[in-house]
Design a protein around this ligand. Structure first.
Ligand code: HEC
Length: 253
């Protein structure tokens, strides 16, 4: 009995702790909602991911072929534009980077990102990619507000440009290049523009995270569509069952 009690308390505590962990312990700077119905965005995101991320990060639970099928990318385009580590669509998306070397270079092996958005939240990943800033105290020259001390270099710096963190001022808002809802907190100032405008960079990150959101559960759209059908069926079946009950019981009274 005692054991069961301890177990139940442990389960309750774990459940209570989970959201706090997922939120990263502090409020995120930008709000973000992934869009699983925007296939074009996920397609662009797949291209972004393969070009800018897959050199270091794998998505080893996803196959190229599945990705092509789900996102409507024909095999020849898939091979020409997205498949850098293999030419077999049945292969998993692995990174070409040797693990031991990566650990030496970055102090840490870049983690597999297949289910990253489910682990951290899509909004967390969006914030992570938006909040790199110059920090001369760091050996790589940049730091990250969402994951302080991150050992990942700002690989998108030539796209985003260079931003610095401005000390938080009480109720300062409406700053240029900030857009979309954000909470009070540290703000960023672009000191050197990148190849993309702030709006374009936001779109680039949105596409990338939409793709990662797809990859974390490739069957999501099918699951939701099936769910609606099942509920519709149950509703119709309830009506039928009710009519049948009325018919069967009509002579009893
Ligand atoms: C040059 C190698 C490299 C490239 C390219 C790279 N990353 Fe990383 N990334 C890393 C390393 C190393 C870490 C581990 C950072 C840490 O935990 O300190 C990391 C961590 C992350 C994390 C946080 C993982 C976690 O939950 O702690 C995310 C998310 C991420 N990368 C996304 C991306 C995306 C998206 C791209 C492409 C736009 C990308 N990375 C490109 C090296 C890279």
């Amino acid at each position: 009995m005692q054991r069961i009690k301890t177990f139940l308390i442990a389960v309750a505590l774990t459940a209570a702790a989970a959201p706090a962990y997922a939120a990263g312990g502090h409020a995120l700077t930008y709000k973000f909602e992934p869009d699983s119905n925007n296939i074009q965005s996920a397609q662009r995101g797949a291209r972004n991911f393969m070009n800018y991320c897959s050199g270091c990060h794998s998505m080893k639970h996803l196959r190229y072929g599945r990705l092509g099928q789900d996102l409507g990318i024909p095999e020849d385009l898939l091979k020409a534009n997205l498949m850098f580590t293999s030419d077999k669509p049945g292969d998993h998306i692995v990174s070409s980077m040797p693990k031991e070397e990566a650990a030496k270079w970055f102090g840490q092996t870049p983690p597999d990102l297949t289910v990253e958005t489910r682990m951290r939240g899509a909004d967390w990943v969006y914030n992570f990619l938006m909040t790199f800033y110059v920090d001369s105290a760091k050996h790589s020259g940049v730091n990250n507000l969402t994951l302080p001390g991150a050992s990942m270099p700002h690989v998108l710096m030539d796209l985003q440009g260079v931003q610095v963190k401005v000390e938080e001022k009480a109720e300062g808002h409406g700053e240029e290049g900030h857009g979309g809802g954000h909470h009070a907190g540290p703000k960023f100032e672009l000191v050197q523009p990148g190849k993309l405008s702030p709006e374009e960079y936001k779109k680039f990150v949105t596409d990338t995270v939409n793709f990662m959101h797809y990859a974390a559960e490739p069957g999501r759209n099918a699951r939701i569509a099936l769910g609606y059908k099942v509920i519709l069926f149950l509703l119709l079946f309830t009506i039928l069952a009710y009519l049948m009950k009325k018919e069967w019981w009509k002579d009893v009274h």
